[in-house]
Design a binder for this molecule. Structure first.
Ligand code: ADP
Ligand code: SF4
Length: 737
């Protein structure tokens, strides 16, 4: 019997936006994926799959209106000319085929795009340099030019022309992008706008550029398209900038006659993690305290974001009048079929976004396609032909043993089961999820447990359907003999990785003398989670890792009352600048009094003390000393620091011993009925959860391939010299489901 989902009817009630009708309340707001207009297949397939999954409207990422807005090295879309129009059309067509609306976000970054390819200089209300790191790690690098009135008209015309081109491409919506301190926000915001003419000073003057631009866009496209504007209603500068109670609501009221829909959020670009809040710091709906006022100032519909993943919360924000439409970027990436799953009452099948912002990290670092920790198919829809909900049936009845149910093993088993294989999964832990079970206990990372939960639930469902398959948890560790005698045709080792117990690290590719986690005063992160060793008052973290481990473990012990120092060769949590967790992680370290010794390596560990050195100190210059050896790591900057407990976060090492032993006993395979043995995830090479998950997924999709251990080539969207490139007309490049 079909489930009664009438409780969710509100979410599936159509709503008018200008001349267009949004068929439901699910709106994929603009978000970057790394496709731009140079990867039209990627752009089309990723957005198209969401249309298939029930999203009512799907937008491009920020789509530059003119070469004066050149975001290179980050990949964003462009609508500069007919070529871009052609490259965006397949996305629009795919969305239309699935009965959804397609939107184009009109993007002019001003100073926040570095112009590295076109070498143009952006225009703005005044001259300033970017508070955003236009080049990763380098805020203040890019400057603009103050526009005069002729240039204001020219810029507004660029917007109008781009809107006309968006109509040519078939879009239903154009969104004048004024959030994240882009485009017209720089004119409204007195933080940037220091003019004294009719475009600066009073609120009315600062709003003039935005209003006039909306008028120009409307003149260009009339009612053929819905005109939306994306606006940060509070820039969160605390007393400066745009505040909701002041210019924010005043602007909504003033500009309402010119728009068909308000797309609102909070924050700026320099710290846009306040908008795309990582789960470490922000729960779902964290923008509601600001957004809830918007509807008081307008009679136009309102869409906003806040990592809405839960259907009940979605209903609540609509029913209490916070918004009319649920906007989403990350939830739509983690599960492109979120709307359909709600509609069908398949709540337990939703792949909930964990709020890790690894997707965003790829745009932030620049130039690479995005990935998702939860959804291994994100970004792979076109080039590998992976559909998030469809799987090719098994091509044989060969059964598979998967050892290890961490991110790689559990995802691999899930996809193999979806394909109809008989799968046995064995793990010595009591729970599916591998080390995610530990990570999710770290401060602020509880929501990362959704990664495990999704796979746990799906495995349970699939195992019930798939007779002969089984999940065996809490088992004794399997040995090579156990595996050889198991009786499986294919064996997949997903046995993970472990932090080095001797301080092996990338600076020396050697252990640290004296570092030995078999001693009572030295711990690895795994031993921290085991909780068997006593941790003293003064904790010294020796850190060679750029991601969340050192700050998270430091936070854990600082909150428990320990005095924590991190000696770190790299920026503590450096990668978290890309996941937008960086600024608040740095604040957390300061708030908790965690001492950070930067650019500091460790040359020796002894009981009660560690010897540290300045990595740029004397003796470390990369000069050839005629010895044929790497530069020495000991010098006169070495200093002893006292501590009670040392935690080694230096390098991870694959648990590949089992794989290597079984490979070495290849001559025993045949008599045991084994045809193939593979190693995946961290056991092959340590990596982030997203990539281990991807690897498990990939092997399950490609297991019948000629050499499944090694990746199958994917379709490249490459400009080829002398060959006219048009995926719409070239069947080899065409996206098919
Ligand atoms: P990945 O991210 O690659 O999936 P994890 O470390 O999260 O790696 O997962 C590996 C899982 O395999 C862990 O749950 C671990 O307990 C389990 N495991 C490792 N070796 C064995 C073994 N020999 N027998 C059974 N389970 C194992
Ligand atoms: Fe969510 Fe993380 Fe996937 Fe981004 S990468 S959509 S934050 S689960």
């Amino acid at each position: 019997m079909a489930k009664d989902t009438s409780a969710y009817d509100v979410l599936f009630t159509p709503i008018k936006i200008g001349s267009k009708t949004l068929k439901n309340r699910f709106y994929q707001v603009p978000h970057c994926i790394g496709a731009g207009t140079n990867y039209p297949g990627f752009q089309m397939a990723h957005r198209g799959v969401k249309a298939e999954g029930g999203w009512g409207a799907i937008n491009t990422e920020q789509c530059s209106i003119h070469p004066e807005c050149d975001d290179t090295l980050r990949i964003t879309a462009r609508i500069w000319d007919e070529g871009d129009v052609r490259n965006l059309r397949p996305m629009v067509d795919y969305i239309h085929k699935n009965d959804a609306l397609a939107g184009c976000e009109l993007f002019y970054a001003g100073v926040h795009a570095p112009g590295l390819e076109t070498r143009t200089i952006a225009r703005g209300p005044s001259q300033y340099n970017a508070d955003f790191a236009t080049v990763p790690g380098c805020p203040g690098f890019t400057y603009n030019h103050e526009a005069d009135e002729d240039e204001i008209k020219r810029l507004q015309q660029h917007y109008a022309d781009a809107a006309s081109r968006a109509r040519d491409a078939g879009f239903d919506i154009v969104d004048l992008y004024g959030a994240h301190a882009y485009g017209p926000m720089q004119w409204l915001n007195p933080y940037y706008n220091k003019r004294t003419d009719k475009y600066g000073g009073s609120f009315e003057n600062r709003a003039r550029f935005w209003i006039e631009t909306l008028e120009k866009i409307r003149e260009a496209v009339g009612d053929d398209l819905a005109v939306v504007t994306r606006c940060s209603v509070d820039t969160l500068y605390g007393g400066a900038g745009v505040e909701i109670g002041e210019d924010g609501l005043k602007f909504i009221e003033m500009a309402s006659p010119y728009v068909d829909l308000w797309n609102v959020n909070i924050g700026d670009i320099a710290e846009w993690g306040e908008d795309a809040g990582p789960s470490r710091f922000y729960q779902s709906g964290h923008q509601n305290d600001w957004v809830r006022f918007v509807k008081q100032a307008t009679d136009k519909p309102v869409v906003s974001v806040g990592r809405y993943v839960d259907a009940e919360k979605m209903l609540e924000v609509i029913n209490t009048g916070v918004v009319d439409i649920i906007g989403a970027a990350r939830p739509s990436i983690a599960d492109p079929f979120l709307p359909n799953k709600i509609k069908e009452g398949r709540i337990e099948d939703i792949r909930t976004c964990i709020g890790c912002n690894v997707c965003i990290s790829r745009w932030e670092m620049g130039g690479v396609p995005f990935i998702c920790t939860q959804n291994a198919t994100a970004g792979e829809e076109y080039r590998r032909g992976w559909h998030p909900e469809k799987f090719e049936p098994a091509k044989s009845d060969k059964d598979v043993l998967v050892v290890g149910a961490g991110p790689a093993g559990s995802e691999c088993a899930r996809v193999l089961l979806e394909r109809g294989y008989t799968v046995h999964i064995v793990d010595d832990r009591e729970k599916v999820g591998g080390y995610v079970n530990d990570v999710a206990t770290l401060p602020g990372l509880g929501e990362w447990g959704y990664h495990r939960d999704y796979r746990e639930i799906q495995l349970d469902k699939l195992l019930k359907k798939n007779k002969g398959s089984q999940l065996a948890l809490g088992q004794k560790r399997m040995t090579a003999d156990d595996i050889l005698n198991y009786g499986a045709t294919r064996v997949i080792l997903a046995t993970g990785a472990t932090w080095s117990t001797v301080g092996f690290n990338h600076m020396t590719q050697e252990p640290i003398p004296g570092a030995d986690a078999s001693l009572p005063h030295v711990l690895t992160p795994e031993q921290v989670f085991e909780g068997k060793k006593k941790v003293g008052k003064r904790v010294m973290i020796i850190n060679y890792d750029p991601y969340y481990w050192a700050p998270s473990i430091a936070e854990k012990f600082a909150r428990a009352g320990h005095e924590v120092t991190i000696a770190s060769v790299c920026g503590v949590g450096a990668y978290m600048d890309f996941t937008l967790e960086g600024p608040n992680v740095q604040r957390m370290l300061r708030d908790l009094g965690i001492k950070v010794l930067g650019e500091t390596g460790c040359s020796r560990v002894e009981e009660g003390r560690v010897e540290l050195f300045d990595i740029y100190g004397e003796g470390h210059k990369r000069e050839y000393k005629g010895t044929g050896q790497l530069p020495r790591r000991e010098n006169n900057t070495n200093q002893w620091h006292e501590c009670d407990t040392v935690i080694l976060i230096t390098a991870r090492r694959s648990n590949d011993g089992l794989f290597r032993e079984i490979k070495a006993r290849k001559d025993e395979w045949e008599k045991n009925g084994i045809e193939d043995v593979f190693v995946i995830g961290d056991a092959e090479a340590p990596r982030i959860i997203a990539d281990a998950t991807f690897d498990g997924h990939r092997l399950a999709r490609e297991i019948e391939d000629e050499s499944p251990q090694h990746q199958k080539p994917f379709k490249r969207e490459q400009k080829i010299w002398g060959v006219p490139y048009n995926p719409g007309e070239n069947p080899d490049l065409e996206w098919r489901l």
